[in-house]
Design a binder for this molecule. Structure first.
Ligand code: URA
Length: 217
């Protein structure tokens, strides 16, 4: 039932708000558990909260978020139609990259969110969420190429912030986004309208080569 699933999602959000599994919570204002519809057909997974997200406790509410909302509008969707989460749920200091042990500590929350929502499509935003499903993937090479299994599609996309930094990527990002409805349809045809009872095959625990860290604490 939708109510039970929504309650399960809310319970995870509550755990995230008091989470001390890694040191990232230290010095933050708010945890950012993720937001959106428990019935979302598509789930977007970003990297981690930034300044504005930390202030509001909501994902993608800064400039990257404005661009994400613009992209969603291109395909007739709003934030409320989708679920937006992150690989880490507290803001890394000075917006540095999340570290492999922080991603691992936060993984059970994201895994459970995926299991509850059972989205038809998981769209990864940037290389840290991409590494969950495409451990050997290079974003510049595989963006816009969905990978299907029996239950869903995994769809690697550039991170909106990367596109804002490099407007040359805009065309490709928008073209990739415009393929989303067709990918959702394709999964619907194979999956049918019902949500599967069992969780989908879980991605590898750890990418063989964890994303490179640029800065440390
Ligand atoms: N960038 C992310 O990866 N996630 C957010 O929530 C905001 C910006």
């Amino acid at each position: 039932m939708t109510e039970d699933r929504a309650a399960a999602l809310a319970a995870i959000a509550e755990q995230v708000r008091t989470c001390t599994r890694c040191p990232l919570y230290i010095g933050t204002t708010n945890a950012v558990p993720g937001a959106g519809s428990v019935n979302a057909e598509i789930m977007f997974i970003g990297e981690g909260p930034g300044f504005n997200e930390d202030k509001q406790g909501l994902p993608f509410v800064g400039r990257s978020g404005d661009y994400l909302v613009y992209l969603l509008k291109l395909i007739g969707l709003s934030r409320d139609d989708v679920f937006i989460g992150n690989v880490v749920k507290h803001r890394p200091p000075e917006n540095r990259d999340p570290m492999p042990d922080e991603i691992l500590a936060c993984k059970p929350y994201l895994d459970q969110q995926v299991d509850i929502i059972q989205p038809l499509v998981i769209a990864t935003l940037g290389r840290f969420s991409m590494a969950r499903y495409f451990p050997d993937g290079k974003i510049s090479r595989i963006h816009g190429q969905p990978k299907y299994d029996n239950t869903r599609a995994y769809y690697p996309l550039f991170h909106p912030a990367a596109v804002l930094r490099n407007p040359d990527l805009r065309k490709e990002m928008e073209a990739d986004f415009k393929r989303i409805p067709e990918i959702i349809e394709k999964v619907k045809q194979t999956r049918g309208s019902s949500k599967p009872a069992a969780p989908p095959p879980v991605a590898e625990e750890k990418p063989e080569e964890p994303p490179k860290q640029l800065k440390l604490f």
